[in-house]
Design a protein around this ligand. Structure first.
Ligand code: FES
Length: 229
């Protein structure tokens, strides 16, 4: 790897189109959306998605892109709701992504399936929910946890996602964005090329904090930025 791979937006754009648009990407632990109506919005590798548990109990992953003018429909990171109402001009969708209604001046003349939110391919493996924008061949191999989900800690880091993956040395890699131990799944969420969110899902173990990891990762990023690495 060159320092530019960690510090340039061009490298991230290339990863968005090659890696993040083709692989199965983790979006959350199933336990994070346990109740009907629970949702999370996540931007993974530049792709903004909403993962939601419907009233029928099924989990779906939707592109967080309104069919009116392609703006993000959901602006809050998580919550519980009955419908999604786009904050820009008021288009309303149900939890399956179906277009329901819009204020008269903004409403399509003939609502049809083309006005529904895009539903993405989804897989549930080992207590985690994955989505894909492409048609990846193999599902991630992840053993189901033997103890119940016990919580998620989110650590925000001002660094490139690859540094976080490289510094997660205590687990087994599963796909490009997961590191797995016996009691935890670390989920790396590449938000932008200089911002990474780490979701650490605990199973059985008490949720912990990761300040030392954050400091190590951000110090490495600084070293790349200043040319001292
Ligand atoms: S962009 Fe969503 S209603 Fe206009």
């Amino acid at each position: 790897m060159n320092p530019e791979d960690y510090t340039k937006g061009d490298a991230f754009q290339a990863e968005k189109m090659s890696l993040f648009s083709t692989e199965w990407l983790p979006v959350c632990a199933e336990g994070q959306i346990a109740q009907p109506g629970d949702f999370l919005t996540v931007t993974v590798g530049g792709w903004s998605v909403v993962v939601v548990r419907g009233k029928d109990g099924a989990v779906r992953v939707l592109r967080n892109a309104c069919r009116h003018q392609n703006m993000p429909v959901v602006g809050t990171p998580s919550g519980n709701c009955e419908t999604f109402r786009c904050r820009f001009h008021g288009w309303v969708y149900d939890l399956q992504g179906h277009f329901l209604a819009a204020p008269p001046p903004m409403s399509p003349a003939k609502p049809g399936p083309e006005h529904d939110l895009q539903v993405l391919a989804l897989a549930k493996v080992g207590g985690m929910v994955f989505f894909s924008l492409g048609t990846p061949a193999a599902l991630p191999e992840l053993a189901a946890p033997s103890v119940p989900y016990s919580g998620t800690v989110i650590t925000e880091m001002a660094c490139n996602w690859k540094i976080v993956v490289e510094e997660l040395k205590d687990g087994t890699r599963c796909g490009p964005l997961l590191s797995v131990t016996s009691t935890r799944i670390h989920q790396v969420v590449p938000h932008t090329f200089l911002r990474t969110r780490l979701f650490t899902h605990s199973f059985g173990a008490a949720p912990d904090t990761f300040d030392t990891l954050k400091q190590t990762c951000e110090a490495r990023q600084q070293a790349y930025q200043t040319g001292s690495s």
